[in-house]
Design a binder for this molecule. Structure first.
Ligand code: NI
Length: 183
């Protein structure tokens, strides 16, 4: 399998701090192909041997803005216990409800655009309900919990020009840890 050629921008690029624009429908074929390439890239990045060969960091989510394209689209490839992938292509997402309960990733969140070690935790809602669109413009809904909920919130932040590091309290990187559940 050949690794799709994607140029993922580092956090120093200002475009990562801008708001992406709503997508119109139907989504063109090139954009659809790019979504599938992004998913393939993420899945290959989560394979240890391939990651070593191509010197990749493992990632489960990627937003268009990370490729320098300011469209409100992101993809997720979440590896399941049986080794298959739960794949999502999410367009023009909107969080319609969220749990009161907050969670955080204990080892810290990661991002393919943040190439450094980061101290601290990011508060996320344990569960969210999301509205989004498919390529044809059909409205869909999905309920996400735990890791997938964190991934969706992380990627939606990208569409709004926010990186996970922006959500970490600089003076107190583990602020409110006792009020949240660790993942
Ligand atoms: Ni990210």
């Amino acid at each position: 399998m050949e690794l799709p050629k994607l140029k993922i921008l580092d956090e120093k690029h200002k475009i990562l701090h801008t708001t992406s624009k709503e997508v119109t429908f139907p989504v063109d074929k090139d954009t659809q192909k790019l979504c599938y390439d992004m998913i393939k890239y993420l899945e290959m990045s989560q394979d240890e041997k391939i990651a070593e060969k191509y010197n990749l960091r493992a990632g489960m989510g990627l937003a268009f803005i990370q490729l320098g394209i300011p469209k409100r689209i992101f993809v997720i490839a979440n590896e399941m216990d049986d080794g298959t992938f739960d794949e999502h292509i999410i367009i023009n997402p909107k969080i319609v409800s969220q749990s009161e309960e907050m969670i955080y990733v204990g080892e810290g969140e990661g991002c393919l655009s943040v190439n450094r070690e980061v101290e601290g935790i990011v508060p996320r809602n344990a569960r969210i309900n999301l509205e989004y669109y498919d390529f044809e413009g059909n409205k869909k809904t999905i309920r996400a919990r735990e890791d997938l909920s964190v991934a969706f919130q992380h990627e939606i932040d990208h569409l709004n020009g926010i990186l996970f590091v922006d959500r970490i309290d600089k003076k107190n990187p583990y602020k409110d840890q006792d009020k949240m559940r660790e993942l």
